[in-house]
Write a protein that binds this ligand. Structure first.
Ligand code: ZN
Length: 53
């Protein structure tokens, strides 16, 4: 579990050096906030949530 800006993110998958973290409220709110890491480096982030933390 990771916290960004007060929001919780859950690891969706980790494959080789790549990780994809999704908002832990995704299933409940349909939130599309996501963070992708490659080799521990942030490669993409969308932290636009459609709900409060
Ligand atoms: Zn969210």
């Amino acid at each position: 579990m990771m916290i960004i800006g007060g929001y919780r993110f859950s690891l969706q998958y980790a494959r080789n050096t790549k990780e994809r973290w999704q908002c832990s409220r995704r299933s409940y709110y349909g939130c599309k906030a996501v963070v992708r890491l490659n080799n521990g480096v942030l490669r993409y982030r969308n932290v636009e949530h459609n709900h409060e933390p």
